[in-house]
Design a protein around this ligand. Structure first.
Ligand code: NAD
Length: 464
């Protein structure tokens, strides 16, 4: 894999301030595939200065011109989907088909949506005797995770650029090569120097320096709740804007009238995709007691199709694998019943975890409350709709969910009572324009579509 040995700052690849590097490992075979520089506070400072210097001109660039640059970025990402998919497979371990269909292709759609929105969004509105101007917030510090390496980057950078903000990106240390490819695409798209900058490095060094930098006006973070809490506190102390996309423990609620086989198969697929490393995954399946045994049998049959090393990739690194295996062991220890998988490693090489299904999970168990971030499904039993609702809403999270019922109206009535940011009704399709973000401890703010764009704007009211 090709790796740059510098940082992309001010429109060019520049040597890093310090000689330290981070090894990038292929989680499927545990081989080192490249090294990237481990950025320091000095690199972050240089990047923030470049972003600040570029801000006035980019903010003053007419939205239609910003839209043209985003359209060029969309096209550039579209031209490179094969290369992007190969890179995501190499550093995340995503199976090639998933890498191409989701990891490489979804960001093209999201970049395209912002190319359109930048041109059509109303950056001015009339309210009584006022004209309200929607102005860019300023310099954005974007800190992204490894689970959807390119999507998470594009979901922050594209709306920020559409709004007229400039950006410093600190990507996850496990997946920096995809971030370097993105920087190449930004460059090729003719985005002016300094509008987008990339600093690779450790979260506790480069990430923290970016979150704390006084030249950053808004910090947008996606990742763990623990780090999100810290970044939120830092941003609060400095009175700066913050957006947090954190964890989830989403429920797929199968109402008695639902097509059970369809709901169970979709639920298993949802959790196994990306080896369960999806913040919005429906990791809790809620089934009425009368159909519970049938659902468990269907889930056990469905999960058998997810073969590690084939349809299911490894976890991103050894630490995540151990974390997930620890949760599986805890599930067993707390009395849940294993119907598929278990804590044993399915393959000798690579950070694989067996696709795992637990039955007889009760709401108080650790595996029913905490985000596991692996291919682990918990099936819970409910007595009636109110019980199902109490279980669905009974975690600190509220990112996503699903409701399955005989007709959409019944499912929607239930979805209205859920404390969560997104609900898929009877298997509704992903919509890249729909606001994505959390209720409760799943986060602050929204990404994607016009709501995602609004995050990067502040208002100025002129009275006449
Ligand atoms: P993390 O929160 O440590 O890392 C996410 C990003 O934050 C990375 O770029 C990292 O370098 C950076 N970071 C880490 N510490 C930082 C700090 N002190 N200041 C600033 N930036 C910092 O997540 P992780 O360790 O990679 O994953 C752990 C768990 O987080 C997972 O098991 C999962 O539960 C959760 N997670 C959630 C998402 C999501 O999409 N919501 C994504 C990845 C991980």
């Amino acid at each position: 894999m090709k790796a740059h040995d510098g940082m992309y700052i001010g429109g060019q690849w520049q040597p890093a301030a310090a000689p330290d590097t981070i090894a990038v490992v292929n989680p499927a075979d545990e081989q080192v595939i490249g090294h990237v520089p481990a950025g320091t506070a000095e690199d972050v400072d240089a990047a923030v200065h470049a972003a600040r210097a570029a801000f006035p001109a980019w903010a003053a660039t007419p939205p239609a011109e910003r839209a043209q640059r985003l359209a060029a970025l969309r096209d550039e990402l579209g031209r490179r989907t094969e290369e992007i998919a190969e890179t995501v497979t190499a550093e995340l371990g995503a199976p090639p088909a998933l890498a191409l269909a989701v990891h490489a292709s979804l960001p093209v759609k999201v970049a395209g949506s912002y190319a359109e929105l930048a041109g059509s969004y109303s950056f001015e509105e009339k309210l009584g005797n006022s004209t309200v101007l929607m102005e860019p917030v300023g310099v954005v510090g974007a800190i992204t995770p490894w689970n959807y390496p390119l999507h998470q980057i594009v979901a922050k950078v594209a709306p920020a650029l559409a709004a007229g903000c400039t950006v410093v990106l600190k990507p996850a240390e496990d997946t920096p090569l995809t971030a370097q490819l993105f920087a190449e695409a930004v460059h090729a798209a003719g985005v002016p120097a300094g509008v987008f900058n990339l600093v690779t490095g450790l979260g506790t060094v480069a990430g923290q320096a970016l979150a704390e930098h006084e030249g950053v006006d808004l910090v947008s973070f996606t990742g763990s709740t623990a780090v999100g809490r810290q970044i939120g506190a830092t941003a609060g102390g400095a009175i700066k804007r913050v957006a947090l996309e954190l964890g989830g423990k989403s429920a797929s609620v199968i109402l008695p009238s639902a097509d059970l086989a369809k709901a169970v198969n979709a639920g298993v697929a949802n959790v196994m995709s990306n080896s369960g490393q999806t913040c919005s995954a429906w990791t809790r399946m809620l089934v009425h007691r009368d159909r519970y045994d049938e659902a468990v049998a269907l889930a056990a049959a469905a999960v058998a199709k997810y073969v590690p090393g084939d349809r299911v990739g490894p976890l991103v690194n050894a630490k995540q694998r151990e974390r997930v295996r620890g949760y599986i062991a805890k599930g067993v220890a707390e009395g849940a019943r294993l119907v598929a998988g278990g804590p044993e490693a399915p393959l000798e090489t690579g950070y694989y975890v067996s696709p795992t299904v637990f039955a007889d999970v009760t709401p108080g168990m650790t595996i029913a409350q905490e985000e596991i971030f692996g291919p682990v499904l918990s099936i819970l039993r409910y007595e009636d709709e109110d019980d199902a609702l109490a279980i669905a809403n009974g975690t600190v999270y509220g990112l996503a969910g699903a409701v399955w019922a005989g007709d959409d109206a019944e499912a929607v009535a239930f979805a209205r009572r859920m404390d969560t940011g997104q609900v898929d009704i009877n298997g509704g399709r992903f919509n890249p324009l729909a606001p994505f973000g959390g209720y409760k401890q799943s986060g602050v703010g929204r990404e994607l579509g016009p709501h995602g764009l609004a995050e990067y704007l502040q208002t100025k009211s002129l009275q006449f």
